[in-house]
Design a protein around this ligand. Sequence first.
Ligand code: HPA
Ligand code: MG
Length: 210
Amino acid sequence: MACGLQIKDEESSYNKNLFCIPKHYEEDLERVFIPHGLVLDRNGECLARDIIQDMGSHHIVALRVLKGGYKFFADLLDHIKVLNQNSDKSVPITVDFVRIKSYCSDSPTEKINIIGEELSTLNGKNVLVVEDIIETGRTMRALLSKLKDYKPKMVKVLSLLIKRTHQSSGYKPGYTDKFVVGYALDYNEYFRDLNHICILKEKAKEKYKI
Ligand code: HPA
Ligand code: MG
């Protein structure tokens, strides 16, 4: 599994006053967790290169899990395309989407429905599943198990963030137990219009409650 930026406990977040934050969110955010520039740099310099190295010998299908993470997905794909098109051994890269509906979510083996996509196109391809945030890992496990039915050549998962949570299924240790927003990560659809990944204040959860 390819991983995102690894933030250690001793590496603290940043004072939000150092950054350009939209006025309408100033009061809602505690700190800047990962500045926009840092995400872009890691996407381009590190992740995209790793992906091309690991998967670039064969047709890649980038599979976006809806509806989160469109910024991460789009930026990452831009970087992958640049590396791929400048390579002597470039391969086709296509894009697909899955929307997942989970049920029995408190059982350790989650059941999911994949909604509205014809995934037989994954047969024989190198599939890169892109998520914005993995929390317990149960949905991802269930998705990976379903994808096997379509007989892809290879499946890799890439997540921008992996949460540290007591509910984790043990799928992968995490980096944060805070609720984070920005870079298209939302809280009830708000904060997608914030560039930096920021830590949401507890009281803002009340404000944007639905
Ligand atoms: N931010 C945004 N979406 C989420 C989070 C988070 O911290 N955790 C689970 N979904
Ligand atoms: Mg969300």
